[in-house]
Design a protein around this ligand. Structure first.
Ligand code: MN3
Length: 240
């Protein structure tokens, strides 16, 4: 397969040098067969409509965030992977070995993973945490749900600039609140706290500026109303 792609590339290169690259493509041979695009990642559809999280998260923010920002990370990731001739790889594998990749791949693999998770962790009207296994572990670890929410909110508020706040299960199998800059995440082997994310909050201004402008606290308070605790609990349950 690789040999075939290489000979195709060589042929295209030679054709372009000979000056008839543009001539042979239309109608005769499909351009795609000469330029094998690596499209292994594609934009996952939102599990709800763009306006479904209203009034907590507004429709326009969701639409731009998903169809422009998230799609941008995916397009850039696919492009960067073509450039290094990466074979099939999962986004989790990329993150786990991120120190061996470029900053472009780090930013965009993170952007894809983080947003895919983020969408799944929200649901219209939110889902209750009461009496789930994660409910009791949070209470044991942080004293109460209220205390956990305050600590998580605090981490999200204090994170300077663009980034994410997380609840993770760390290497010691303990719950831990942490934050990462840019599109880094706790799966990354360069992360200060490495672990499996259970809950993720995007604190980039693009996540809230249209509705809340500079008021990050208002956005975080609104976001708690749409947290999908059922999903958090599902992720947590699969780790045991
Ligand atoms: Mn974002």
């Amino acid at each position: 397969m690789e040999k075939q792609n290489k000979s195709r590339r060589d042929f295209v290169k030679q054709a372009a040098l000979a000056g008839f690259g543009g001539m042979i493509l239309p109608g005769i041979i499909k351009a795609e067969s000469f330029f094998p695009h690596n499209t292994q990642f594609s934009l996952p559809p939102l599990p709800y409509a763009y306006d479904a999280l209203e009034p907590h998260i507004d429709k326009l923010t969701m639409e731009i965030h998903h169809s422009k920002h998230h799609k941008g990370y995916i397009d850039n990731l696919n492009k960067a992977l073509v450039e290094i001739n990466a074979g099939h790889v999962t986004v989790e594998q990329l993150c786990g070995n991120i120190s061996t990749y470029s900053t472009t791949i780090r930013n965009n693999a993170g952007g894809h993973y983080n947003h895919s998770l983020f969408w799944s962790l929200m649901t219209p009207g939110g889902k209750k945490i009461d009496n789930t296994p994660i409910d009791s572990v949070i209470k044991t670890t942080f004293g109460s749900i209220e205390n956990f929410k305050n600590k998580f909110t605090d981490a999200a508020m204090k994170h300077f600039g663009s980034g994410w706040a997380w609840l993770i299960v760390n290497a010691d199998k303990k719950l831990q609140i942490t934050s990462t800059p840019n599109q880094d995440n706790p799966l990354m082997n360069i992360s200060e706290a490495v672990g499996t994310p259970l809950l993720a909050l995007d604190v980039w201004e693009h996540a809230y500026y249209l509705k809340h402008q500079n008021k990050r606290a208002d956005y975080i308070n609104a976001w708690w109303n749409v947290v999908n605790w059922e999903k958090v609990n599902t992720i947590f349950s699969t780790l045991k």
